[in-house]
Design a protein around this ligand. Structure first.
Ligand code: GRF
Length: 203
């Protein structure tokens, strides 16, 4: 199974996936391509270091979202990509692209969806004063952070916890959960019925 990881920034989740692959724990899955919409993304250095092909496609204001996605899809076809893993990719995907890859695009979100959607999930949860937050891995649909939930784990927010501390703990959780979710997909252990997703047990 060929995997493309989409990034825009630091790429710590990409790194967790690359590490999982290099430990031989993504058997049957290969990270073939890293796609970035930002040429300065540190994630690209991580990909290059791991010997993974990269594609940088920055947004062009004269181009529609559909056209941007269509060009990316051409590359995905060429590489015979089966699974798209969004890891801090800061663009919304067009409906046509989502339809083409429905059920084969995953995202990780740093809060317990459907709470605290959007780009500042960690800070929004902290500012709201919730006592429990967490991480969600989900399939991507045409909405914002609205697709079927694959996996969720929660974290208790400590009294007077700083944003830095919470971010660190959320990222740690992401780096444990996301590779496990991708591994389950690659091993064919994810079953989807409407919004209900079941992960079959590892043998
Ligand atoms: C993560 O917190 C993820 O939940 C969110 O974007 C962040 C990406 O971080 N979607 P990194 O680039 O993987 O370090």
């Amino acid at each position: 199974m060929n995997i493309a990881v989409f990034v825009s920034g630091n790429g710590s989740n990409l790194q967790a996936l690359l590490d999982e692959a290099s430990r031989g724990r993504l058997s049957g899955g290969e990270i073939k391509l890293v796609v970035s919409d930002k040429k300065e993304a540190f994630a690209l250095e991580r990909a290059e270091k791991a010997g993974v092909k990269t594609l940088v496609k920055e947004a062009d204001p004269s181009q529609s979202r559909e056209e941007y996605d269509r060009q990316i899809a051409e590359h995905l076809e060429k590489e015979k990509i089966d699974l798209i893993v969004l890891a801090g990719f800061m663009r919304l995907l067009s409906e046509r692209f989502v339809n083409r890859y429905r059920g084969r695009i995953m995202n990780v979100h740093p809060a317990l969806l459907p709470s605290f959607k959007g780009t500042h999930g960690i800070r929004d949860a902290l500012d709201y004063g919730v006592k429990v937050t967490g991480v969600t891995v989900h399939f991507v649909d045409e909405g914002l952070d609205s697709g079927p939930v694959i996996m969720q784990e929660c974290l208790e927010i400590r009294e007077n916890e700083s944003l830095d501390s919470l971010e660190e703990r959320i990222h740690e959780l992401e780096h444990r959960m996301y590779p496990a979710a991708v591994r389950s997909f690659v091993e064919g252990r994810i079953k989807v019925e409407g919004r209900k997703v079941t992960i079959l047990q590892d043998k």
